[in-house]
Design a protein around this ligand. Structure first.
Ligand code: ADP
Ligand code: ZN
Ligand code: ZN
Length: 801
């Protein structure tokens, strides 16, 4: 007897454990750990992951048998199965969510229900419904509104429901025609064809000329012959037809010119040598590669990867989604060609699935991708690189709430290989760890060709206002813009989107239009002429008069990119502007097209939000303007200063990376703030020291760890009292050294009619905290489901709202 232990696709606490299933005789030896299987669960058939195979079980006499394997080879190897278990414990998530997070979306289960007719005797209802067929889909029954009637038939035993588990994944197949005749035979056939079979003749002549073993359907149809002629020749034995799988190639239309490694500068040489040693002796080590933009970090990544490939090992490179620009991908594709697989959200589900399978089949050796690429199923990893390691997008904000950096370090320890964290503005946590020698710091202090950092001027917008300039462009930025347009040099204008949505306010009574379901103001959308809530999707028409006092002095505040664009055309009617924001980059490939347009010199000004802040490397940019530096500073988030500093520094780094030197103008209402000041001087070290003092005073990371618990419910009193109870319980289980803030209302106290309360725990060393939080989940599980409460626990939160 062989028994499989299975984690089932039911993400609840009660089912977050291994279930035993009998392996049917015919699957013994075939079913292995890491495979997905279809298993009966209650009345349904669902997907599960096999975690082990064993010979006996305490329940052996009443075990159900699993139905069938859904994979031919395991999709999770032993390392990834263990990683899943660890991740579940570490982030307080369900094991099934962790396993699913490691696989491309295409492999998530899709459940289909259909009805099977059992009793074939005459029955008007069933005769009509099934119309001679043996089964119908659930959807069809639902459309015809006959589900209750069908249920009755099921009770009588006349029909039954069948649950199918399918993968969303579809392999792309094409038809291939293999030549089955030698030339002489083809010639004979050609001569014997009647004169009206001109299409078949065309194909045979083509085949005689090409002399290939195989032809795709596309090739044959290019002769002008229709599909029916091809089929006729298949019947005559000229071809044998078969279906073969092809990969969807998102880069099909692109050519990559091979690049050679640059000879390294002395500074690069010094930085790379410990990395190469670590790769050579197969040790674990985390390096923090700290170097300003343009200092040659990427070249170090490329050459480290080369070493890994030479040793026959594999590499993972993580880049933030937002900087997975074509430029970044190009650099890896040009160096390593088809060895590179790319995983990011711009690909279709099918494309992602194909890229993932290239890795699984060992056809790719380097993965470049966003956060979840850290789970790439390599078995012989030689390096993991995280570029722009300070980016908060490396933290997943839904279950499992993991940070890619932690996963990278876990995997590197398993594989005995280095992790490289690269940044010009490292996260405070990472830099502090490097100071304490937990990470090994490597520094690149100079830009390539010793190019100087751009000159930065900080403009006080309050002063502009006082001097009567009410435009969104300061006088300095205005004159520099004019100068660049004159010289035909390019400019980037950056608008901080966060905290910058446009809202509606009445100038007479101060009324601001709010979402009726959330405690947040509605955003004005010019193109659709709507007021929208970005949290629950509520939308309404734009009022002409104030709903509160009927005044018609209504104004829209906030500077959206559209408004800046309009303003630009007013001042510089001849300027050619490319606008990049969520509105203009919605369609697939739009991002790439806009950038190409700008790069080829067809535009003078690139105007955009966060998405233009990183990774761009264009030679002709000599001016960067930041329209308002401080919109993010006032968010209720202890990382606000850090994020502002990082963003300003990154944006400034876009100017003058090549022959032409660059200038930056930062407009701000708080020029005295240290984030703005030190970003202006590109002085990370002083920013770090100042920010560390603030963090120490506020008891925030890296001095303390954080865990955030958020409770929500439709009833305010219930929300408050539950949060109180949970807070008290946690307090009783951990030491006095921990600081507990709360219960307090969350910064956004209501979303979608649900009130939100939270409790924030700050601590240095609390080994009992995680078990306690797990107990909270366990203890409240039933009550929470029954009463409609939700709880979220975020260990090491990045979103404090
Ligand atoms: P970063 O990743 O730190 O922003 P890059 O690796 O992109 O820096 O380097 C900046 C520019 O300098 C790139 O155009 C790159 O091709 C070039 N470069 C990097 N290293 C060298 C080198 N050793 N010799 C010549 N050019 C180099
Ligand atoms: Zn009013
Ligand atoms: Zn809302």
């Amino acid at each position: 007897m062989k028994i499989a232990t299975v984690i089932v696709d039911v993400p609840t606490l009660g089912t977050d454990k291994e279930f035993d299933y009998l392996i049917p005789e015919k699957w013994i030896g075939i079913i292995e750990p890491g495979m997905r299987v279809a298993v009966p669960f209650g009345p349904r058939t669902i997907q599960g992951f096999v975690t082990g195979v064993k010979s006996d079980s305490p329940f052996s006499n009443k075990l159900k048998a699993l139905k069938e394997p859904l994979d031919i080879t395991p999709v999770l190897n032993k390392e990834l199965l263990e990683l899943g278990e660890w991740l579940a414990t570490d982030t307080l998530s369900f094991k099934i969510s962790c396993f699913q997070a490691m696989l491309p979306a295409a492999m998530k289960a899709k459940y289909e229900k259909r009805f099977l007719r059992i009793n074939k005797e005459h029955n008007p209802f069933l005769d009509d419904l099934f119309a001679g067929k043996q089964e119908i889909s659930w959807k069809k029954a639902e459309e015809r509104n006959i589900l209750p009637a069908l249920h009755a038939e099921i009770k009588f035993g006349n029909a039954e429901v069948v649950y199918d588990v399918k993968s969303l994944a579809r392999k792309k197949m094409i038809k291939v025609y293999q030549t089955m005749m030698v030339n002489a035979e083809i010639l004979t056939l050609l001569n014997s064809l009647p004169s009206n079979a001109s299409n078949q003749k065309k194909i045979l002549e083509f085949v005689l000329k090409q002399q290939a073993d195989e032809y795709s359907a596309k090739e044959l149809s290019e002769t002008g012959a229709p599909q029916s002629s091809i089929q006729a020749l298949v019947k005559k034995g000229v071809f044998s037809e078969k279906s073969v799988e092809v990969y969807r190639d998102p880069f099909e239309h692109k050519q990559f010119t091979r690049t050679e490694p640059h000879p390294l500068t002395n500074e690069q040489q010094e930085a790379i040598s410990p990395i190469l040693d670590t790769i050579e002796c197969e040790k674990y080590e985390t390096y923090l590669l700290y170097g300003v933009t343009g200092s040659g970090k990427t070249e170090i990544y490329l050459q480290s990867i080369q070493k890994v490939l030479d040793k026959g090992q594999e590499a993972i490179v993580l880049v933030p989604e937002i900087s997975l620009t074509p430029q970044m991908v190009d650099r890896f594709k040009s160096r390593f060609g088809d060895d590179v697989a790319v995983l990011h959200s711009g690909l279709s589900i099918g494309e992602k699935y194909d890229e993932w399978r290239k890795v699984q089949r060992k056809e790719a050796k380097v993965v470049v991708g966003a956060r979840s690429a850290v789970f790439a199923p390599f078995e012989n990893l030689g390096i993991i690189i995280i570029d722009e390691e300070h980016e908060t997008s490396y933290k997943q904000e839904e279950l499992p709430r993991y940070h890619a950096r932690d996963v990278a370090i876990y995997r590197a320890k398993h594989h005995h290989c280095p992790v490289i964290l690269g940044s010009a503005t490292p996260s405070l946590e990472s830099f502090a760890r490097a100071q304490k020698k937990v990470y090994h710091q490597l520094t690149l202090s100079r830009r390539m060709n010793n190019k100087e950092l751009p000159h930065v001027s900080i403009v006080d917008m309050r002063e502009e206002m006082r001097d009567g300039n009410r435009s969104m462009f300061s006088r300095e930025l205005h004159s520099k813009l004019a100068d660049r347009l004159e010289k035909k040099e390019q400019t980037i204008l950056f608008l901080n989107r966060r905290g910058h949505s446009s809202f509606m306010m009445c100038r007479d009574c101060g009324y601001v239009m709010q979402c009726p379901h959330c405690d947040i103001s509605l955003t004005f959308h010019r193109y659709t002429n709507e007021m929208k809530c970005h949290y629950c999707g509520f939308n309404t028409f734009v009022p002409n008069t104030c709903p509160e006092c009927s005044s018609n002095h209504i104004r829209y505040f906030g500077t959206g990119t559209q408004k800046v664009e309009e303003e630009l055309y007013k001042i510089f009617p001849d300027a050619r502007v490319v606008r990049m924001d969520v509105d203009t980059t919605g369609r697939k490939g739009a991002h790439e097209k806009l950038l190409e347009h700008f790069q080829s010199g067809k535009a003078d000004i690139l105007l955009g939000t966060q998405m233009i802040a990183k990774g761009l490397d264009f030679p002709n940019i000599t001016l960067v303007g930041v329209l308002s530096a401080d919109t993010m500073l006032h968010l209720p988030d202890f990382r606000a200063s850090e994020k502002t500093f990082q963003l300003l520094t990154q944006v400034s780094g876009r100017a003058g990376r090549h022959e032409l030197s660059g200038e930056v103008v930062i407009q701000t209402y708080t020029p005295e703030h240290y984030s703005v000041q030190f970003a202006g001087k590109q002085d990370y070290d002083r920013f770090y020291h100042q920010e560390m003092i603030m963090r120490k005073v506020g008891s925030y990371p890296p001095f303390y760890y954080l865990s955030l618990i958020t409770i929500s419910h439709e009833d305010l009193m219930k929300t408050v009292s539950t949060t109180e109870k949970i807070t008290k319980y946690i307090q009783s289980r951990i030491s006095d050294e921990a600081i507990i803030l709360g219960p307090v209302a969350s910064p956004i106290p209501r979303i979608n009619n649900r009130y939100r309360y939270q409790c924030l725990i700050k601590y240095k060393h609390e080994p009992d905290l995680k078990p306690t939080l797990h107990k909270v989940l366990e203890h409240y599980q039933q009550q929470f489901i029954k009463e409609g409460l939700t709880i979220s626990i975020d260990v090491n939160p990045y979103m404090m709202m």
